[in-house]
Design a protein around this ligand. Structure first.
Ligand code: NZQ
Ligand code: ZN
Length: 386
C-alpha cells in the first residue's frame, strides 16, 4: 500500500427529512445565496423545504445553473455574490449545481481579472467562500469531495478544478429526493458512480486489500440496487443505498494508498464539451475501448473484478478479465445507456484527432495510473469508441 494523507472535512447529514436541520449548519448572521438548476426543485417540493428551513435568514436566490455548469451563467451569479455581499453559498441540486457553486466559492475570493484562469491555469484552491449543499441527485460524489468541472460553451471546453479549500462545509442527503428523478438521470447516476469506482480500482494490484474490498462493495451495492431504483424511485431502501454508494464512490476514501486512472473521465469530458453528451454516457462510450486497449496492464484487476464482483468463473486471468469488460458494458446497457459514440452523433469522424490534439496542447501527455497513455494512445482509444 502507498503512503497517504486523508482528510475529508465535509459533514454528512443523511436520511429522511434532514433538510429541516439546515439552519443548524449555517451561521445565523450569514447572507445566503441559494443556488439551483433548471427548476426541478420547484416541482418536487425541495425548494419549499429549504426555504422553510431557512426561516429568519437573509436569503438571495440564483436559479438556472444548467447541466454541465456554464461559465457565463456562473459569472452572472458572481455578480450577485458581489452586489449582495453574500457570505454563504447554498447549492441545492445535483453535481452541476454543486460544481458551479464550488467554482463560485473559489471565484468569490479570487483576485485575478479573469476567473476562467482558475481552470485554464489549474490554480489549486486553498480557501473559498464557505458553502453547503442539499443533494438532489446521487451521481457525482461532488457533495463530499473538493473537485468541480466547469464548461465554457463558447470554446467547447470542459475543465476540472479543485483543492482542499473546496470541500462543502456540510451536505444534506435525504434519499427521498430521488422520487422525482427521471429514468435517464437515474441511469446516469448509477453509471457515473460505477465508473468512479472503476477509475480507482481497475489499475494494478497494490496490496491494498481493504481499499479493493471497499471498491468491490460499492460496485456490488450499485449492481444490487440498480434494477430496484430504476423500477421504483420511492423504494427507500434502494434509494438510501444508491445515494450513499454514490457519495462513497468519490469522497476520496477508496483512492487512498492505491494508484488511480481517471483517463476515462478525461476523454469523456471532451465528448461532453464537443457534443453535449451527458457525462455518465461519455464514460460508457469510452470504458470498453479503454479497458480493451490497456488490457495487458489492467488484466489482473479486471480479472479480480470479474470474479469478485460478477462471480465469473473463467479459468485464466485473460478469460476472466475479458468477461469483466463484457459485464461492465452489459451493465451500462441494462440501464438503457448506449455505449458507442455513433449512437449519439453522426458527426463523430475526426473526434479522436481533435481530442488528442487538445491533450497535446494542454500538456496532458501522460494519462492513466502508469502515466503511459499518450495523446496518440488517446486517439486510438477514442477511435475504437466510434
Ligand atoms: O437543473 P434541474 O432542473 O435541477 O434538473 C436536473 C438536471 O436537469 C435534474 N435533477 C436533479 N435532481 C433532480 C432532478 N430532476 C428531478 N428530481 C431531482 N431530484 O437532473 C439533471 C442533471 O443534473 P446534473 O446536476 O447535471 O447531474 P449530475 O449530478 O449527474 O452532475 C453532472 C455534472 O457533474 C460533473 C459532470 O461532469 C457534470 O458536469 N461531475 C462532477 C464530479 C465532481 N465534482 O466530483 C465528478 C464527476 O465525474 C463529474 O465529472
Ligand atoms: Zn464522473
Amino acid at each position: 500500500m502507498r503512503n497517504f494523507d486523508f482528510k475529508n472535512p465535509t459533514k454528512i447529514i443523511f436520511g429522511k427529512n434532514q433538510i429541516e436541520n439546515l439552519s443548524k449548519e449555517i451561521p445565523k448572521n450569514a447572507t445566503i445565496l441559494l443556488l439551483y438548476g433548471g427548476g426541478s426543485i420547484k416541482k418536487n417540493g425541495v425548494y419549499e423545504e429549504v426555504i422553510a428551513a431557512l426561516d429568519g435568514y437573509n436569503v438571495e436566490e440564483f436559479g438556472g445553473i444548467p447541466a454541465n455548469p456554464e461559465y457565463t451563467v456562473l459569472m452572472n451569479a458572481l455578480t450577485v455574490i458581489k452586489e449582495k455581499k453574500i457570505t454563504f453559498l447554498l447549492a441545492v441540486g445535483g453535481g452541476s449545481v454543486i460544481d458551479g457553486v464550488k467554482f463560485l466559492s473559489a471565484a468569490a475570493l479570487y483576485d485575478g481579472d479573469e476567473p476562467w484562469d482558475i481552470l485554464a491555469n489549474r490554480i489549486r484552491i486553498f480557501e473559498g467562500m464557505p458553502f453547503g449543499t442539499v443533494l438532489t441527485l446521487p451521481a457525482t460524489g461532488s457533495e463530499m469531495n473538493s473537485g468541480s468541472v466547469i464548461t465554457r460553451a463558447a470554446t467547447k471546453e470542459k475543465l476540472p478544478m479543485g483543492g482542499p479549500g473546496l470541500f462543502p462545509a456540510f451536505s444534506i442527503l435525504d434519499p427521498q429526493v430521488i422520487k422525482s428523478i427521471p429514468t435517464r438521470q437515474l441511469a446516469n447516476g448509477l453509471a457515473d458512480a460505477f465508473t468512479h469506482v472503476l477509475e480507482q480500482y481497475i489499475t494494478y494490484p497494490a496490496d491494498a486489500l481493504l481499499q479493493d474490498r471497499f471498491a468491490e462493495g460499492i460496485l456490488q451495492t450499485l449492481i444490487e440496487v440498480a434494477p430496484k431504483i430504476m423500477k421504483d424511485t420511492s423504494d427507500y431502501a434502494a434509494a438510501s443505498n444508491f445515494m450513499w454508494s454514490c457519495t462513497m464512490a468519490l469522497n476520496g476514501l477508496i483512492q487512498k494508498g492505491v494508484p488511480s486512472d481517471w483517463a476515462i473521465h478525461m476523454m469523456g469530458h471532451e465528448l461532453t464539451a464537443l457534443f453535449g453528451i451527458d457525462h455518465a454516457r461519455t464514460l460508457a462510450i469510452i470504458a470498453k475501448s479503454h479497458y480493451t486497449y490497456n488490457f495487458e496492464s489492467k488484466k489482473e484487476k479486471l480479472a479480480q473484478y470479474a470474479q469478485r464482483v460478477w462471480g465469473v468463473a473463467e479459468e485464466t486471468i485473460d478469460e476472466s478479465a475479458k468477461k469483466g469488460i463484457e459485464k461492465t458494458i452489459e451493465f451500462f446497457q441494462t440501464l438503457g445507456i448506449k455505449t458507442k459514440l455513433s449512437d449519439y452523433t453522426d458527426d463523430y469522424k475526426g473526434t479522436a484527432s481533435i481530442i488528442a490534439e487538445r491533450f497535446e496542447k494542454r500538456g496532458m501527455t501522460a494519462l492513466g495510473e502508469r502515466g503511459n497513455i499518450t495523446p496518440n494512445d488517446v486517439k486510438k482509444i477514442v477511435e475504437m469508441s466510434y
